[in-house]
Design a protein around this ligand. Structure first.
Ligand SMILES: *Cc1c(COP(=O)(O)O)cnc(C)c1O
Length: 360
């Protein structure tokens, strides 16, 4: 069975050697030494001014909204994982969906201003598949209308934009370190910001709002454990080779699919150093997609419909505007298996199956 991704695991010894440091002290959570070590290393790798390692990639989005007191309208993307919309609803905010750019699948920044009202407080956008949003235009609009910019960078680990880590943009950027993501700590996530004051607030939020016997603010449990941090410390030394392998496999798919009528990712290699987090393909029709999916399943190959459905069509939304581009692409996009030890023979087989069906 081949899945769309396969979690990278370090050797068991690499993991346990690191974990033993915490184990021997019997200090296994609450800002332990491994959490602190991982934070320092991630901060360096991501060139982040302030970074907090947290429980997952969802709680960090909730913390970001809380830190900025966002309770009203938030301009957001309909093309993302459902968590991006759910956090807004969970925090009592109103998601205002702006359609996506058909080229990079991120929010179409040129359509943001038309959606701003007197109740708009923030923009929450996703760097879809690890490719950057229109950072410059979003920044310009945010400054003009005094809006906070929060980037859901769950896919963005390792991508660089204009020679800077993609996670370093926005008022806050978040990332997910879930086992299905490029860099993982089993479960986990981080939040990145640039202001000392904000860091302190987020730090309190992460840990119930108190330090010892001093109580400052309303907090939640956004912490993560030494067991999770140990996984991160064991995976991190492999990250460059993980990205390199993914790049090679993506290039092989590109080559094999180049003479087919399906669309593959296209990005500006001058400005973007991509992390190869996903390998999405866009079919001419949903029917093609469903047929290919069935054929691949017969060979025990599982693809995923990232992202489907378009989030503006979620059944529990009270109201949402139409987003024709996102609705169309979400029906036609499929992510193909991509992970470091995916065999060349399998990439050949998958590409062959696709071409057999769509090239007739
Ligand atoms: C995975 C993901 C999340 C949620 O991260 P968790 O760590 O699973 O909570 C949020 N947003 C996007 C875009 C994601 O892909």
């Amino acid at each position: 069975m081949i899945n769309v991704t396969k979690t990278f695991l370090p050797s068991f010894e690499e993991y346990t050697t690191i974990l033993k440091k915490a184990w021997d002290k019997a200090w296994i959570t609450n800002n332990g030494m491994l959490v602190q070590e991982l934070e320092t290393k991630l901060q360096k790798y991501l060139n982040a001014q302030h970074l907090l390692y947290c429980g997952n990639g969802t709680i960090v989005l909730q913390m970001a909204l809380k830190a900025f007191n966002i309770t009203k309208e938030v301009i957001t993307t309909p093309f993302s994982y459902v968590a991006t919309t759910n956090v807004l609803l969970w925090e009592g905010c109103t998601p205002v969906f702006v359609d996506i750019d058909p080229e990079n699948f991120c929010i179409d920044a040129s359509k943001i201003e038309a959606a701003i009202t007197k109740n708009t407080q923030a923009i929450l956008a996703t760097h879809v598949y690890g490719l950057p949003c229109n950072i410059e235009l979003i920044e310009k609009i945010a400054v003009k209308h005094k809006l906070k910019v929060i980037y859901d960078g769950a896919h963005a680990f390792g991508t660089e934009y204009m020679n800077k880590p993609l996670l370093s943009f926005g008022d806050i950027s978040t990332c997910s370190f879930h086992a299905t993501k490029l860099f993982h700590t089993v479960e986990g996530g981080c939040i990145i910001c640039h202001k000392e004051e904000l860091l302190r607030e987020l730090m309190l939020m992460r840990s119930f709002g108190h330090i010892g016997d001093e109580y400052f603010s309303v907090g939640v449990n956004g912490k993560n454990s030494e067991f999770h941090a140990a996984m991160g410390l064991a995976v991190l030394p492999h990250i460059n080779s993980i990205i390199e392998k993914r790049k090679e496999i993506s290039a092989l798919y590109d080559r094999l699919l180049s003479d087919s009528n399906i669309r593959v990712l296209n990005f500006d290699k001058e400005k973007i150093k991509y992390n190869y987090a996903y390998y999405p393909v866009i079919f001419a029709s949903e029917k093609d997609l469903l047929n290919v999916r069935i054929l691949l399943e017969q060979d025990d190959i599982n693809t995923r419909r990232y992202f489907y459905p378009s989030l503006n069509t979620l059944p529990y939304l009270k109201s949402a505007s139409a987003c024709p581009v996102s609705e169309d692409i979400s029906r036609r996009v499929l992510c193909l298996p991509l992970f470091p030890d995916l065999e060349e023979e399998k990439v050949n087989q998958i590409s062959g199956t696709i071409k057999k069906l769509v090239n007739i």
